[in-house]
Design a binder for this molecule. Sequence first.
Ligand code: DUT
Ligand code: MG
Length: 149
Amino acid sequence: MSVTVLLRRLDHGKDLPLPSYQSEHAAGVDLCAAIDGAIVLEPGKRVLVPTGIAIALPFDMEAQVRPRSGLAAKHGVTVLNTPGTVDADYRGEIKVILVNLGEEPFEIQRGTRIAQMVVAPVTRVAFVEVADLDETARGAGGFGSTGLG
Ligand SMILES: O=c1ccn([C@H]2C[C@H](O)[C@@H](COP(=O)(O)OP(=O)(O)OP(=O)(O)O)O2)c(=O)[nH]1
Ligand SMILES: [Mg+2]
């Protein structure tokens, strides 16, 4: 499935590369940090990182902001609200909430690929309120009701 998405590069991101797929069938495009200079993200701290882009998605799509596994595995740096949700009607700058769960400070440079963005279809529902729901074998069992091993 291939979708056209309108993208605006903001002034502070004009010199950064457009988001692009890094391999032939990559699911996500990498997002770059559109920051001045560098930021040091101390262990246990979070930071809202601008990406310098805004998009207009088709109304039946969303964009998910997800961590890059390399940053997570090597540095403990991940996206705090993963998957971040970019709504189809959002026209502001896409930002990434990065958190450092590692033990060392992590330096983010201008242009560092800090996260990835996956565009996905959205199912919207119409809720119909009822007094009772049908019975099932699972019923209200959850949260480990089938065992944890
Ligand atoms: O990682 C993210 C998550 C969200 N957003 C933007 C796009 C999204 O459409 C908007 C609102 O996100 P969300 O609904 O998750 O946040 P909220 O706290 O519910 O804010 P709001 O009350 O504005 O919906 O913020 C980002 O740029 N990056
Ligand atoms: Mg919201």
